[in-house]
Design a protein around this ligand. Structure first.
Ligand code: FE2
Length: 115
């Protein structure tokens, strides 16, 4: 069994102002808003630069993690033309969430937010 962390091999862009459009088009865009006494988390891919969604090149999943634990996962097909998902979570303020998207050609890309 590997000792590698669950999220190893994931591209995490630290500064969107210092990267290429290729990196921007793969980086998840995360927002959050109150949902009653819970928090709605929205994750979009293609917010910064549109990502193509063709039969052989598209976003096939978006997952949301707290630490190494996945708390939501969405599988997508190429017809999901504007990959965007939403989930309501019951987490303490100050919790850091990581969204990870999977491109069928370009691998895993992540972004983080603290709610
Ligand atoms: Fe891609």
């Amino acid at each position: 069994m590997s000792d590698a962390p669950v999220l190893s091999g994931v591209n995490l862009v630290a500064d969107l102002d210092a990267v290429t459009d290729f990196e921007r088009k793969h980086t998840p865009y995360i927002t959050h808003e109150p949902a009653g006494d819970k928090t709605r988390v929205n994750i979009k891919v293609g917010h910064y630069v549109a990502h193509p969604n063709m039969a052989d090149h598209f976003i096939d999943s978006i997952a949301l993690y707290v630490g190494d634990a996945v708390i939501a996962r969405f599988d997508l097909a190429a017809v999901a033309a504007y990959p965007e998902v939403s989930v309501v979570v019951d987490l303490d303020p100050g919790t850091t969430l990581r969204a990870v998207e999977s491109c069928t050609i370009h691998g895993l890309w992540a972004a983080e937010i603290t709610i």
